[in-house]
Design a protein around this ligand. Structure first.
Ligand code: BF8
Ligand code: SF4
Length: 698
């Protein structure tokens, strides 16, 4: 493809466990094109910055506290290592909170425009959710018009960002015990923007110079995300686009179509992407695509925008964070439409080497090399159609394409509301069956596996290892963000994965009728996990608060500040949280201790960094079992379960079929009668040993 081909770096298999990624990395080599995977090989992380030992807050520095005696050194101003590490960490939290919360603010602005009748193309889709949110906010609903309530909800949501007095209203959704603890510790966030601004102020040169106090402000700031901006974002997205309920779709680069106009949405917000879903189904635009020589329009997603439209419309996911460049490399993407967050600048020059039109849409985010089509909710359908037409017009410019033939089936679309409904129906919904199963030991505990890809570790490996091992050991798993996509690509969100679950977990999942790995949505939807945990805690029998639950949160492949904010708000809410990759406060044993033992004593949750997958799993199970013991629950014993439910029945049929290989089955079983997928290539669920057939090169 160009003259640097001979120097193209060769990519080792250790880059990813996803065969589609590996195939595309080989293709990149052949084309002489570098990706983040390649760049990571010749850009090692700076060991000083990586561990939190570098301060560049003022121009007397940057000060680097390194060497064996680093912990006794100070910067020019006298700042010591705990202060420097804590300050940097707190700023990461503030960065993450601002990203999620600004997204939440935009959702509230959209709701405001919709309820005011100024956003044609949108409407309040989920009136029941609107009523529930109005209830949380103390807004009257009886006898009122939907848009009138919607406007009040939008205004109340917007107040949460800058209210001069009071506290963030959603903190009242936490358990009474947690609310009291936050009040006692002065951790209840007051206003979202205020908490972010205050952390930035405190960590300015020469303000808060006590590591413990700095980290405490990080906890409060993070709560303004989890119980503020992110939770508002989830709720308002549900109001506008519908609360998710289970649906099936597909995942991985093989969802791209060789004979259709492929449009990828990438980023985080559902506002424009929901309109692009409509546009992709518009008969006029489909006819235009056909007139351009394509068979139709194929919309797919990357990162959390993908999760937003997967959860509500079943739009397939082309991949997670590290798939963004690989998607362009297929040569089959007519337009990649991006909004905000997790978008690599590398897409600009990369898209220019293909026919792919990179389209930025947010006034907050432009990229050199991209075309900017600014999205405005007041004229959303027109913007979506304009973008679609750009993609259609670009179809004729396609060169050679290479789509790896990997696409897994998945079930997504779980929400707190749906889980409630599944456990007792519309009128008697509760979490009782789940709590009872945990108490009985059928379910050992709960794990949230969330977060990013990070090129510093093998793509998807840590995430899939955790999911695989948890469900095999009867730990029920919820997933969000890029971790959900990773699990799905490896087959763990397929309808057939029940066989990979331990005996007790399988029985319960069969009885309730849900899979053992539940996709709860995008990264702002980690707030759904807070809601689930709070309901489990208040349902009875498992203590009174999140810190008593046999539950753990993991972010094996964390990459950005948003992940740090999420980990911190889970810790502040009482959860034990384990991150992989490396610790941003590793250089300071004091800061590390404050965030582990210190936070555990203060709020019952903590944040640990464990880069080794085996250790991460062992520690997670240890934490779950410790909580079971503290609640005086039966110790976990998998040998007691597995004789009820449908599995023994299907196992017997499977054995019978194996002995009668000529027999024909009629109809589609709800659960698989044979191992593996009814898919077009072989597959195993071992997390690393994919036995996919060679992808076709087309
Ligand atoms: O918000 S998991 S890489 S896409 S930050 Fe980004 Fe991380 Fe993916 Fe979604 Ni979340
Ligand atoms: Fe150095 Fe202090 Fe300035 Fe940081 S704030 S760069 S430690 S002098």
């Amino acid at each position: 493809m160009d003259d640097v081909k001979s120097e193209a770096p060769k990519v080792a298999a250790a880059k990813s466990i996803d065969p589609a990624a590996l195939e595309m990395l080989l293709h990149a080599d052949e084309c002489g094109i570098e990706t983040a995977f390649h760049r990571a090989d010749h850009m090692k992380p700076c060991p000083i910055g990586e561990t939190g030992a570098c301060c560049r807050i003022c121009s007397m520095g940057p000060c680097r506290l390194v060497g064996k005696d680093a912990e006794s050194k100070v910067g020019i101003c006298g700042a010591d290592l705990p202060t420097i590490a804590a300050r940097h960490f707190a700023r990461q939290v503030a960065g993450g909170v601002s990203a999620h919360s600004d997204h939440g603010r935009d959702m509230a602005m959209t709701l405001h425009a919709v309820a005011s009748g100024e956003a044609p193309g949108y409407k309040i889709k989920d009136e029941q959710k609107l009523a529930a949110v109005a209830g949380y906010m103390g807004i009257a609903t009886a006898g009122r018009e939907v848009n009138e309530i919607g406007l009040d909800v939008a205004n109340k949501a917007l107040e949460q960002f800058g209210q001069p007095f009071g506290e963030i209203i959603y903190t009242r959704r936490a358990t009474p015990k947690r609310q009291e603890l936050w009040k006692k510790l002065k951790l209840t966030p007051r206003a979202i923007d205020r908490e972010v601004a205050e952390v930035m102020h405190r960590t300015h040169e020469g303000v808060d110079l006590d590591a413990e106090n700095i980290l405490k402000s990080a906890l409060r700031c993070s709560l303004a995300d989890g119980w503020g901006g992110a939770m508002l974002s989830t709720d308002i997205s549900d109001i506008l686009f519908g609360t998710p309920s289970p649906l099936s779709s597909e995942v991985n680069l093989g969802v791209l179509k060789d004979d259709q106009v492929n449009v990828i949405v990438h980023g985080h917000e559902p506002t424009l992407s929901a309109m692009l879903v409509e546009a992709s189904r518009d008969p006029v635009l489909i006819a235009e695509a056909k007139a351009a020589g394509a068979e139709g329009i194929n919309l797919a997603g990357i990162c959390c925008t993908s999760n937003e439209i997967l959860m509500r419309y079943g739009i397939p996911a082309a991949g997670n964070f590290l798939h963004q460049e690989l998607a362009v490399l297929t040569g089959a993407v007519e337009a990649m439409v991006v909004d905000v967050q997790c978008i690599m600048q590398a897409l600009g020059p990369l898209a220019q080497r293909f026919h792919t039109q990179l389209i930025t849409t947010s006034p907050k985010a432009k990229i050199p090399g991209a075309v900017h089509v600014e999205f405005d909710e007041h004229r959303a359908p027109e913007t979506a159609a304009e973008i679609m037409r750009m993609a259609i017009a670009n179809y004729k410019n396609r060169g050679p394409i290479h789509i790896p033939d990997y696409h897994e089936p998945l079930i997504a679309g779980f929400s707190h509301e749906y889980l409630n409904y599944m456990q007792g129906g519309f009128h008697r919904g509760s979490f009782r069956p789940l709590n009872d199963a945990i108490i009985a030991g059928r379910i050992r505990g709960l794990a949230g596996v969330v977060g990013c890809n990070n090129v510093r570790v093998t793509q998807d490996e840590g995430i899939v290892e955790m999911i695989k091992n948890f469900i095999a050991r009867d730990v029920m798993v919820v997933v969000t963000g890029c971790a959900a996509t990773a699990g799905a690509k490896a087959g763990y969100l397929s309808p057939e994965i029940l066989d990979a679950a331990g005996p007790g977990l399988r029985e319960v999942m069969e009885a309730i009728g849900i899979p053992p790995v539940l996709h709860l949505g995008s990264c702002v939807d980690n707030s759904r996990i807070l809601t689930v945990l709070t309901q489990v805690a208040t349902e009875g029998g498992l203590g009174e608060d999140i810190d008593e639950l046999p539950a753990v949160g993991l972010c094996p492949e964390w990459m950005c500040e948003k992940a740090i904010a999420i980990g911190t708000y889970f810790a502040a809410s009482g959860a034990h949280v384990i991150f992989g990759v490396s610790s941003p406060v590793k250089a300071s044993s004091v800061a590390t201790r404050l965030m582990t033992k210190g936070w555990e004593e203060m709020v019952g949750g903590d944040l640990e960094f464990i880069p080794d997958w085996d250790e991460m799993l062992a520690r997670s199970l240890e934490l779950i079992d410790e909580k079971r013991a503290a609640l005086k629950l039966k110790p976990y014993d998998p040998s007691q379960f597995g004789d009820s439910g449908d599995s023994p029945y299907f196992a017997a049929i499977r054995d019978y079929l194996a002995s009668q290989d000529e027999i024909e089955t009629v109809g589609t079983p709800i659960y698989p009668l044979a191992e593996g997928h009814s898919h077009d290539h072989e597959h195993t669920h071992d997390g690393s040993g994919h036995t996919h057939a060679e992808g076709d090169d087309r």
